[in-house]
Every structure is written in structure tokens, then in C-alpha cells.
Design a protein around this ligand. Structure first.
Ligand SMILES: *Cc1c(COP(=O)(O)O)cnc(C)c1O
Length: 386
């Protein structure tokens, strides 16, 4: 059966150029980058070439890039690493209610180490008010962490305005850009961030690789201790094949982000219009304008998103309710709750996130299959008045 993958916010398929570049490092090129003989030097060269590519794609210097095991570790390193390295300067962190758990969990963990955390609310579209950020900053504030775009609802935050405020206050700004690299322009100097997280598998690269950008001079300490790799910020033998794949994925993202966005945006707009017009008792989650070009997130009254996804899977469609992480816990999404959506309704969401391989025919198929699935589930729902 035909399969349509519309869950690119969860992970993306490999770009063929990424796979091709990685293959030698899964075979004959197995050296350890820290070894001094030729196999090691070859691996070191590959890692440094990838670092240069990643840095260039972000408008950064290679020395500002630390390879990690992905977005989660980059977020953890930013929050824990800045907090612990700057403890003598203060104990306060500002973040938002819609951050990924990879930011929220380390923030809350730090509360046990005596740090204080302010979690800012968002408006009904998921936007953070830069004025709220300014008001939350205290003399003891070390770090502000606001994501570039949300992985569930696609809302893009006003990072430039927030960074201007942080700079004025002398506070570090971290941004989780896992969902925006390859979809929007992500230039660390234009955004004005001090730290930025990236994950390879969200941009057609391999799982288990990513990086943290940290502006030169940022006081940061490692959270994984050992052999002192990555300028002591991330011990552990480098994932050479993964890093090589990440480097190629970043090069392609920098070259193609505009083209990719122009490809998915009209597909997204057709999906949003088609669903909202074709299915009653439905609303769009997230901001209509300040939105990732590939994100559709809709709330269907009276039914559960999980049930919709299962039925869609039988029709050959891979979609999700929101974040892959919250689907296991069975709890309503913290992001939807932060928008002010009541607990019971928040279970009725469906997220479709498009990618470079999706087509107009995919959208036709989705718009053909989805309305009857919703109708059928609603007919079985005791909540449904119609
Ligand atoms: C996927 C994701 C992460 C986690 O990245 P991994 O590489 O899977 O650890 C962090 N933040 C956001 C916004 C994400 O979408």
C-alpha cells in the first residue's frame, strides 16, 4: 500500500546525499578522531570538515560548535552548562510554558540545586510576549531560553526582539532551533542568540547527532565528563559517521531552506483550508501567520487524536497527535494546555508536518481520507451532539 509520511516534526527520512556521505564511516573509515596515526587523522579531518559546514550554515565560527548526541543533549548542555558555570553570578532562569521537555526538565532539575525558574505563559496562539521576558529578568537572571519554533503547533517566536532585550540586560539567550534549521533562515547573529540547539534527524540527517552553538566567550561547562573531547564540553568518542551525515544535512539545509519552505507552504495552506472547510467543529492550533511553513495542527472536537492517527495509519498515512514524546505518557500536551485549551479538548489534536518528499497528490489523498475518519469517530463518540 501507498504510504504518506506527514510527521516530519518527529523525524525525517535520510537525504540520499547524507546516506552516501556516511557510508564509508560505517565501514572502512572507522578510526578514532583522537588517535594520532593515519586512520585517526582521517576521522579527525572528517569531523572538522563537518564542524566547518555546520558553523557556516548557522553563520557561526567552527570553534563555537559542540557536537552532541542530538537536540535533547544540546538543550540539556545549554541549560545545565550555563547555570552551573555561572552560579556565582546568579541563580535565576527564564523559560516558557511551550518549550520542549528537553529544556523544561533540566530547568526543573536545577530547582533542586537551588536555582529559581520563571516559566512564562504564552497567548492563545502560543506566542511569547517579549515584554514579559523583559519583566521576568532580575539581577540574578543568568539565562533566558525561548525556542525558535514550537514542534507541536509550529508557532515561530520573536527571537530577534527577545535577544535585543537579553543583550541589554546582559543575560544569555538560548534558543532551541531544532524545528527551524532547514525551514527558516537560522543565522545566530541575525537572531542574536548566545546558544542554539540543532538536531540532525529533524533535517534529513541521522538520529543521535546534533550540536550546541555557543557564542565565543559564553561561560559554559560540560555535563558529560571524561576524556575531554569537544574542548572539554562533551567528553566521549565522537559519533564520526553521524557527524559527517549531520555536516552534509546542514550544508543542504543552508542551500535549500528557502526552496523547501516554498515547496511545503502551499501544501500546508491547502491542508489547513481543506480541513477547516471540510470538517465542522474544528480549529487551527497555533498562529496562522507566525507559523512553520510545514506545520498543520488542528483540534477536532468530540474525539481523540490517538484514534484519528490509528485510523489514518490503516489508510497509509503516518501522522501524530503532537509531540512523539507525549504520545507515550497519555497526558494532554503541555503545549496545548498552555494555549488555554481545556484538558479534555486537548486530546483531540492532530499534527501533520510536511517535508520535501510530500506532493500535491499527498494532500489530495489526505483531504479525501481524513473527513470520513473524523465523521466515523464522531458518530461513535458519546460526546458528539450531531
Ligand atoms: C525533536 C526535538 C528535540 C529533541 O531532539 P533529539 O535530537 O530527538 O534529542 C528538541 N527540541 C525540539 C523542538 C524538537 O522538536
Amino acid at each position: 500500500m501507498r504510504r504518506i509520511y506527514v510527521d516530519h516534526a518527529a523525524t525525517t527520512p535520510f537525504h540520499p546525499e547524507v546516506t552516501e556521505a556516511m557510508l564509508p564511516y560505517l565501514g572502512v573509515r572507522f578510526g578514532n578522531p583522537s588517535s594520532i596515526y593515519s586512520e585517526g587523522r582521517e576521522a579527525r579531518k572528517a569531523v572538522e570538515e563537518a564542524r566547518a559546514r555546520v558553523a557556516k550554515a548557522l553563520g557561526a565560527d567552527p570553534g563555537e560548535i559542540t557536537f552532541t548526541s542530538g537536540g535533547t543533549e544540546a538543550d540539556n548542555l545549554a541549560v545545565l552548562g550555563v547555570a552551573r558555570a555561572n552560579r556565582e553570578r546568579g541563580n535565576h532562569i527564564v523559560t516558557t510554558a511551550v518549550e520542549h521537555h528537553a529544556v523544561l526538565e533540566p530547568c526543573h532539575y536545577l530547582e533542586r540545586e537551588g536555582f529559581e525558574v520563571s516559566v512564562l505563559p504564552v497567548d492563545g496562539a502560543g506566542l511569547v510576549d517579549p515584554g514579559e521576558v523583559r519583566r521576568a529578568i532580575r539581577p540574578s537572571t543568568l539565562l533566558v531560553s525561548v525556542m525558535h519554533a514550537n514542534n507541536e503547533i509550529g508557532t515561530v517566536q520573536p527571537i530577534e526582539e527577545i535577544s535585543a532585550m537579553c543583550r541589554e540586560a546582559g543575560v544569555y539567550l538560548h534558543s532551541d532551533a531544532v524545528q527551524t534549521v532547514g525551514a527558516l533562515e537560522v543565522d545566530v547573529n541575525r537572531l542574536g542568540v548566545d546558544l542554539l540547539s540543532v538536531s540532525a534527524h529533524k533535517l534529513y540527517g541521522p538520529k543521535g547527532t546534533g550540536c550546541l552553538y555557543a557564542r565565543r566567550g559564553t561561560k559554559l561547562e560540560g555535563i558529560i565528563l571524561g576524556g575531554g573531547q569537544e574542548r572539554r564540553l562533551r567528553s566521549g568518542t565522537e559519533n564520526v559517521a553521524g557527524i559527517v551525515g549531520f555536516g552534509v544535512a546542514m550544508k543542504l539545509a543552508a542551500e535549500e531552506w528557502e526552496q523547501r519552505s516554498d515547496h511545503v507552504r502551499p501544501l500546508r495552506d491547502r491542508l489547513i483550508a481543506g480541513i477547516l472547510e471540510g470538517v465542522p467543529h474544528t480549529r487551527l492550533n497555533g498562529d496562522r501567520e507566525r507559523r512553520l511553513p510545514n506545520n498543520v495542527n488542528v483540534l477536532f472536537d468530540f474525539i481523540e487524536g490517538e484514534a484519528i492517527c490509528l485510523r489514518l495509519d490503516f489508510q497509509g498515512i503516518a501522522a501524530s497527535t503532537g509531540s512523539a514524546c507525549s504520545s507515550e505518557s497519555g497526558e494532554a500536551s503541555h503545549v496545548l494546555l498552555a494555549l488555554g485549551i481545556p484538558q479534555q479538548k486537548a486530546h483531540g489534536s492532530l499534527r501533520l508536518t510536511l517535508g520535501r518528499e510530500n506532493t500535491d497528490e499527498d494532500v489530495d489523498y489526505l483531504l479525501e481520507k481524513l473527513p470520513p475518519v473524523i465523521e466515523e469517530l464522531r458518530r461513535m463518540s458519546p460526546l458528539y451532539p450531531g
